[in-house]
Design a protein around this ligand. Sequence first.
Ligand code: HEM
Length: 484
Amino acid sequence: MDDPRFMLLYGVLAGILFASFRKAVYDRKMRLAVANVPIVGSSGFFASWWDGFRFIHQAPELIQRGYDLYPEGIFRVARLFRWEYVVCGQKLIKDIAGAPEHVVSFTEGIEESIQAKFTMGRERAENHYHLDVIRTTLTRNLHNCFPDVRDEIICAFDEVLQLQGSEWKSHPVLPTMMAIVARVSNRLFVGLPLCRDKAYLANNVAYTVDVMRSANKITLLPPFLRPIFAPLISSKNKSNTKAVEILGPLIEERLAKEAELGPDWPGRPVKLLDNVYGHEDQRTVLPLTLRILSINMAAIHTSSTAFTQALFDLTTHPEYLLPMREEVEHVVAEEASCESQRVNTNGSLVMARKVIAKEGFRFSDGTVLPCGSYLAAASRPTHYDESKYENAAKFDGFRFARERAEHQANHEANDSQVVFKRQMISTAVDHLPFGTGKHACPGHFFAATELKAMMAHLVLNYDVKPEVEGVRPADIVFSHRLSP
Ligand code: HEM
């Protein structure tokens, strides 16, 4: 303690902490003064801090209250260390969906939402080239690869559920679905035999859970403390090392083949892994491994959550089981899944963004959000809006089928747009499970195909019931996130 070097170090640290704290206070005051957007909750400096705490467990109620007051407008709610601007109504959500990246940043929105630099690493956080690969190559290959997806679903359900004869067996739904989704997704990401490697799959699931949990914890810290404590919270280094150990040899083998035989060598697999290294500086083991790991995270978390919710709905409304069995290969597996996504959004908010243009961002109603504002669309209240969905709070497995039929009856039979209306693959300003606009989830075609095929397999081959009959397990709330 007497060592002057320690004294200096403590002094510097104290200075940095003090300066950062002053900046946080200044930022907060400035936003109170600048943006002319109504506040839901308290506007007082200290009271709004208290609201920030309430947001952690009451975000869905706060956001719904704001939506009820301003269904076509923007309001803000206090979070612990910043304001959240919540955008409602078709017109304004369209504004975000079409805003240019250098004005309203998707990258910065993701960064804040999952604290990507701390939970996934700086390189992954700043470079999003994998989005295009998912959007183009993976999606285009879906049709050809569907037999693989189906094959993997059959094997994965068999092996993960381990059922014999007609016995009933109890499974915790989310972890079970994570195991299955990880396996099915990796059939297209890395292929056989790695997609069945237990250590590889366990690492991907552990990483997925860690990213979400660490992000939740890190957002509870003031921004200036995050760089100090985040490395103690996130286990990304452990997962990265394990992933390199398992995936490394395969990547090296593929790169060596390419170096020897050229990029189009005969028999070259068409897995995501073989296409995700478009950039020269990414063609080594570490960046490629991290990229595959992060795509796994994006796919496993969302798809297993969606399937779990759909299963909860199916077991709470068993009357859908029979019609689904009867028509499973056609539409019904899709209908119920689509409705389940409407009723059970992953959270109250979607399309997290940050305004990064110095002059701020002007919405079409004239509202200007200053540079540095964090905003998102009110997804759950939109899905529960009676003016958009009749009996919106009710799970109605055939809602979308009816809507499409009505729409078709009222329009030209050959109106090709009808085909795309209200399907699981559609994104729209009033149907936001995948977001909407140019940054809508790049994996949504894959997700919809995978989930529908899984649901079809499940209803055809298994009976399901909940642990307590008639009771749907409540979601876990953490800030705006809702998890089954
Ligand atoms: C039911 C399943 C899924 C849901 C509900 C979902 C939803 C979303 C949403 C809401 C976004 C943000 C959109 C925005 O901010 O505008 C997103 C981004 C993203 N999704 Fe999905 N998604 C699903 C499945 C998948 C799958 C299977 C993949 C991969 C094949 C994937 C890859 C991504 C990626 C890479 C991003 C960009 C953000 C990031 O890099 O973390 N998603 N998804």
